[in-house]
Write a protein of this length. Structure first.
Length: 303
């Protein structure tokens, strides 16, 4: 019996995404399959977006978000845009409502091909982010890397966008910092009982920023949509920018951008950006064995 399902290799600003169609099935993409797919250079990903049948009336689908280490994630903005683009091509539909671990997400594809995702309202309560220590003001907490009298990074803003985030403010291009060394230490800091996404953010004007992110469960990724949302919100909270900001994701190909708006009327964060389809195939959600759809015999790739 063929246990394989259809999947698409996509990306959102370089954030590597596998969109896996699990509709009509009761099983899940296993952690073992995710790890095997992540280790293969051709299917390497930051997140799997596994589309399941809806669990709640009024939603189009339930989405499991799986990190490359096999753990579940609550939110992935770049991955959600990829799902919207894939489903829009399939159905002709432009607006979607999804359920995830983080709750309900609404998304729409615009005429120019850009996609907006309503990422919901940020959470600032230290217990809900969550943090292991009480902080009354989470727009600036006591945490640093480096010498006490000359820290390399310090005093981040922390919050949840469905997943925990810490945003460190820097005064130069985030690419100039050794985030590959600092990232694992901060992600796994005892202050973050569920670990955290770590972002370096440089404010360049009242309406623009540059960011780079070490992503919880995925490591040094080319882009992270929820981290861009967290950076945009944190900049507003600390008086650095206006509510609408264009974020240049420094590590993305050609330094692509996301538009982030922290909407005043309901407190929701709206993220707008692009998604890109690369190729399609079929995979076994239990083992991770996969086969690429071939345009011709010379383009077949089997794992």
């Amino acid at each position: 019996m063929d246990n394989r399902v259809e999947f698409a290799k996509m990306n959102g600003l370089g954030n590597k995404i596998l969109v896996v169609d699990m509709r009509g099935r009761s099983d899940r993409v296993t952690p073992q399959a995710a790890i095997a797919l992540a280790r293969d250079p051709q299917t390497s990903f930051d997140q799997i977006m596994a589309i399941h049948d809806p669990k709640v009336a009024g939603t189009f689908a339930y989405i499991d978000i799986i990190n490359c280490d096999g753990t579940l994630a609550q939110a992935c903005g770049n991955g959600t845009r990829c799902v919207v683009q894939a489903l829009s091509v399939e159905t002709g539909q432009k607006a979607f409502t999804f359920q995830t671990l983080a709750g309900i997400l609404n998304a729409v594809e615009h005429e120019d091909g850009s996609i907006s995702v309503d990422m919901g309202a940020p959470v600032f309560d230290w217990k809900l982010i969550p943090l292991s220590e009480e902080f009354h003001d989470t727009s600036r907490i006591e945490l640093q890397i480096g010498p006490i009298d000359a820290p390399v990074l310090h005093s981040p803003a922390v919050m949840s966008m469905g997943n925990p985030h810490a945003v460190f403010w820097v005064d130069r291009d985030p690419m100039s910092f050794d985030l590959e060394r600092f990232g694992p230490l901060l992600e796994n800091h005892p202050l973050f009982p569920q670990k955290a996404n770590i972002t370096l953010a440089q404010v360049t004007s009242k309406t623009s920023m540059v960011t780079r992110t070490w992503e919880r469960g995925a490591g040094l990724t080319l882009a992270c949509g929820s981290a861009a949302c967290a950076a945009g919100v944190s900049a507003v909270r600390t008086g650095r920018t206006e509510r609408k900001v264009t974020i240049t994701v420094a590590s993305s190909p050609n330094r692509q951008t996301l538009d982030i708006e922290w909407r005043e009327r309901d407190g929701h964060v709206i993220m707008t950006g692009a998604a890109e389809w690369e190729w399609a195939g079929r995979l076994d959600p239990a083992t991770g064995a996969w086969e690429r759809d071939a345009l011709n015999d010379n383009e077949a790739s089997v794992s």
